[in-house]
Design a binder for this molecule. Structure first.
Ligand SMILES: NC(=O)c1ccc[n+]([C@@H]2O[C@H](COP(=O)([O-])OP(=O)(O)OC[C@H]3O[C@@H](n4cnc5c(N)ncnc54)[C@H](OP(=O)(O)O)[C@@H]3O)[C@@H](O)[C@H]2O)c1
Length: 262
């Protein structure tokens, strides 16, 4: 487990390390002397970044769409590292096309469901053999309800249930394996609507992620204010929930003006 006291000399694997958020998490863990193993689709793209970190870092390839490769990659890393304290899963795919073509849906399911499960299942098994550890996954409050990006919302609900199941197994096995579900707010939506109120800088998001992991939280809302949105999202009746939209204030104003002009 990655508690505050055990942070020194801890080792963490970050799966999906090339995203901005993963890099911020990596920086903050490196500053706390955590040895890092970064897994990314294009490992070479992380060479300079890895060299800039103040800790021991290695970078490896990640083929999230090939479960057997993920399993053998994690197993061989585990053997090389002796012990792994933390696995952070931050892979994810999202897209939105109102005509709902199949291929993007299939790609989301491959990455967010199949790939996610292969990583979490393998990490959990290896933690079980090791006798302890922490699995933390960057998830989304999008999983609380269905939504416009149909497969994405559904995949996030799947991820939450998968993590809860693993946590139940850890309790059944009476092993100190912590499962942390990091429920991020709808940051893309906030960015689209240029809402500075809801959009937090990546270093702030990463700080809250690291804090939630260190506190061995089972579930955390990041940033914290999204807890209220999550609470309301669950409570809203469907006829109100359905009226939410992805248009900006300006687009809505322009549409209203156009209607009035008719
Ligand atoms: N961004 C948001 O607003 C937001 C909001 C709420 C929750 N989240 C959650 O945060 C997590 C990460 O999302 P993000 O927005 O940070 O996405 P992102 O910046 O696009 O990063 C996604 C990560 O997944 C990896 N990935 C995607 N497809 C892959 C593939 N086929 N093979 C290997 N790696 C692949 C990417 O690697 P490459 O860069 O190598 O492709 C990247 O490291 C997701 O679980 C998402 O649900 C994000």
């Amino acid at each position: 487990m990655l508690s505050k006291t055990s942070m020194t000399q801890a080792t963490a694997i970050i799966v999906g390390a090339s995203s901005l958020l993963s890099r911020e998490i990596a920086k903050q863990l490196a500053d706390q002397d955590v040895e890092l193993v970064l897994l990314a689709q294009d490992p070479e793209s992380l060479t300079d970044f890895a060299a800039s970190l103040a800790t021991k870092v290695t970078v490896h390839g990640l083929q999230i769409d090939q479960p057997q490769t993920i399993i053998s990659t994690l197993e061989s890393l585990w053997q090389q590292l002796q012990a792994v304290h933390l696995v952070v899963v931050n892979t994810g795919l999202n897209s939105y096309d109102p005509s709902l073509p199949w291929q993007p849906e299939a790609d989301i399911i491959t990455v967010n469901v199949q790939g996610f499960s292969a990583v979490c299942n393998t990490a959990f098994r290896l933690f079980t053999e090791q006798g302890y550890g922490q699995l933390a996954a960057v998830n989304s409050i999008a999983g609380l309800r269905g939504g416009p990006s149909v497969a994405y919302h559904a995949s996030k609900a799947y991820a939450s249930n998968y993590l809860e199941g693993l946590s139940m197994h850890a309790q059944r096995l009476k092993l100190p394996i912590t499962i942390t579900d990091l429920q991020l707010g709808l940051l893309d939506k906030a960015a689209m609507q240029q809402s500075r109120l809801w959009l937090s800088p990546p270093d702030v998001v990463a700080r809250q992620v690291v804090k939630a992991m260190q506190s061995a939280k089972r579930k955390a809302y990041i940033t914290k204010r999204w807890r209220l949105v999550a609470w309301l999202t669950v409570l809203l009746p469907e006829f109100i929930y359905n009226t939410r939209h992805w248009r900006t204030k300006e687009q809505r104003k322009a549409e209203k003006a156009a209607k009035k002009a008719k």
